[in-house]
Ligand binder design. Sequence first.
Ligand SMILES: Cc1cc2nc3c(=O)[nH]c(=O)nc-3n(C[C@H](O)[C@H](O)[C@H](O)COP(=O)(O)O)c2cc1C
Length: 217
Amino acid sequence: MAQRHCKRQFLAQAVPKQTLAKILQVAAQAPSSKNTQPWQVSVLLGSAVADLSQRLCQAFDAGLPQQADYVYQTQPWPPEFLERARACGYGLFDLKGIERHDREARKAHDRENFTFFGAPAYLVFHLPIDSERGSFLDLGFFMQNIMLALVSQGLASCPQFSVAGYPELIREFLGLTGERSRWIISGMAVGYPDPEAQVNSYIPERLPLEKYVTWYE
Ligand SMILES: Cc1cc2nc3c(=O)[nH]c(=O)nc-3n(C[C@H](O)[C@H](O)[C@H](O)COP(=O)(O)O)c2cc1C
């Protein structure tokens, strides 16, 4: 658990399909309400990754508005969340040498989400339309299992809400339209992390135990 952190630059080295299949199989041991297992995942490899990335970059470059199928962040954000999010963003900018007011560099940084940070494998997680919060919770366990298992195999990941900002484009790409329509919840870049990349050394600080644990004895 302590070793898993998001990686944002991957080697081109392909991820063996059998490794991914095994991880996805074991990850489904995640708990879910009454074993409903609401998660589904589309796995993109090879040219499928490049094709989706290209379409997303086109949408991003054209300035198409990003609107996910669901609201991710509590509105308005509690001030302490805002503070932590800022610290996280600036931490990444500092490592990448991006000045805080450099709009172009910040835009290029955002765009990297849509090139999947060079990841050779890409996962898209989806749920039934109109899923309730409980299903999101269940999906989260599944996703975390995958991310931990990847680490055990020398692989790494970055879950991506940003990509869920273009749900129509993704649905069309994956053939999840009409009766097969689903809510697009999150993407996840997967691959071998580039050990030389500065950005991959970033580990955002965590709160001390007493900030989030209350004991009753
Ligand atoms: C559901 C979800 C969506 C996320 N979306 C993005 C994203 O679009 N782009 C990104 O760079 N990081 C994304 N992150 C990564 C978070 O910024 C990261 O988990 C957090 O800063 C803690 O860092 P760590 O995972 O490296 O420990 C996402 C994380 C989660 C859980």
